[in-house]
Unconditional design. Sequence first.
Length: 344
Amino acid sequence: MINDKAILVGVDGSHASYKATWWAANYAKHAGLTLQIVCAYSLPSYAAVSFDATYTAMGDDNAAHNDAQEILSKAKAIAGEQGVEASTLIVTGDPASVFVELSRNYNLIVIGNRGKGGLAERLLGTTSSSLPAYAYCPIVVVPYTDDEGNLMHLNNTITKVAVGSDESKWGLKALEIAAAFADSWGAELDVISAVPNMKGSEDEGVMASYKEDLDVRIKPFEEAHPNLKINKQIVPGPAIGALTKASFDHDVVVVGSRGRGGFTGLLLGSTSQGLLQHAAGPVYVVPRKYVEAAESRLDTTPSSPADIKPKAIDEIKGVEEVPVKKAEPEVAEAIETKIDPERQ
């Protein structure tokens, strides 16, 4: 059953997607949310007319459906290792458009990255199909490795959160969500504010002015979360470098997406050059549609993903709820050993 108290995680059989499942399950357990796992695959395509003037299917839909169920059973077992009982969905057709529709119904969507040719590339590959650009709920992108191919270690707890913030409504919403997220974990929050890299920007007077603006911006969140430790950092030039650097020693980096410009303009214009492709840790993206739908009430977190009407499963073409059994514990253990050898 789809509801706005759930997290959705996408899997495609790659180790990157299983790592995303682990992260999603761990967070769902911490936040008291339910978890739904979805596997997406394309319907069989058809070849040109053959010698006997008939069309020949390139692929077997039944086999693909069975493969999807096997993938879901493994992901369900990984969630089970976290003490989370997940339900399962299968999506056929273009996953990008279906995930956008599904995003109406969830608190969060989680996907893995750097699974070559996998789900993440189809959801993040271009501006026109970029999930963070069009989703109605926040998106967390969990990398499988860093740029050097080193596996990312998954922590059971969140202790350090970074957020890219400016004075825009997108930056304020990202700061609001990051503060609540960090506070819920008892974590520290580092607020990173970028200033134009222009002549004089290193001047003490100029930097003092930016610091004062940042202090004013943060004050409401300090009052809302009195036990939250908030650190402030002002960096000259584009924020993308500072946020990528922060991903190496923070458990989560939060950014707001306006669809162009700002902290995540690079993410949506060229993901191969942006934070989503180079981060060494999970990136929590607050999408434009989510912010715009809640624009009139920026002082609160929307009760549903973006205060919009959700859609039932049978109203979303290409989505099927399919109960599957968990894979055996040893299967989950083998996958967890592969995706994170440091895990105890």
